[in-house]
Write a protein of this length. Structure first.
Length: 192
């Protein structure tokens, strides 16, 4: 049994922003693998489905990004899902929009949603990091404006292609683990 959490902010004003690529990925997983309708639970929206024989709960926390851990820990505790079976999909400013990486554990990289989850469960869960580019400044206001902004046409195409690829390869992560998923991801991205 797995919990896949796509991070983002609730509300129409955030729907197509860089910070919401986790929600976008969750929606694509939901569509591609025919999950049940989302329902409100655990301070989030949750759906359930089956991916190649694996039971998967799909969560979109509705707590706003900085409190994502509150929703993730509630769902994980309720379904008794261990950290190694939790997959969090989120935006990463340190990666350009044509890049994506996956790993088990690690630091937050300054991402407040990840900091929140780390503090609520442990850092030892799987992460799929989708690149959203960087504003090339350390100014905090510019960083916030960047992650809450929309995409250019080319950046949107890159991000959508990465979400599609991560969704396609998700069964690899469920069956063979994050290392094999990361390996296959790297090979596919290198061919783009």
């Amino acid at each position: 049994m797995f919990l896949v959490a796509g991070l983002g902010n609730p509300g129409a004003e955030y729907a197509n922003t860089r910070h919401n690529v986790g929600f976008m990925a969750a929606d694509e997983i939901h569509r591609r693998y025919n999950f049940s309708p989302f329902r409100a639970k655990f301070n989030g929206l949750i759906a359930e489905g089956n991916i190649e024989g694996e039971k998967v709960y799909l969560l979109k926390p509705q707590t706003f990004m900085n409190l994502s851990g509150n929703s993730v820990v509630q769902a994980a505790n309720f379904y008794k899902i261990l950290p190694q079976n939790i997959i969090v999909i989120h935006d990463d400013m340190d990666l350009s929009t044509d890049k994506m990486k996956a790993k088990l554990g690690g630091g937050s990289g300054g991402h407040n949603g990840i900091k929140s989850i780390d503090s609520c469960i442990t850092p030892n869960y799987n992460r799929i990091r989708i690149g959203v580019g960087h504003p090339n400044t350390k100014n905090a206001e510019s960083v916030v404006n960047h992650v809450l902004s929309g995409f250019s046409k080319s950046d949107k195409a890159n991000v959508e292609a990465n979400i599609d690829l991560a969704t396609e390869l998700l069964p690899v992560l469920l069956k063979k683990g994050i290392a094999e998923f990361s390996n296959q991801l790297g090979m596919k991205l290198a061919k783009k």
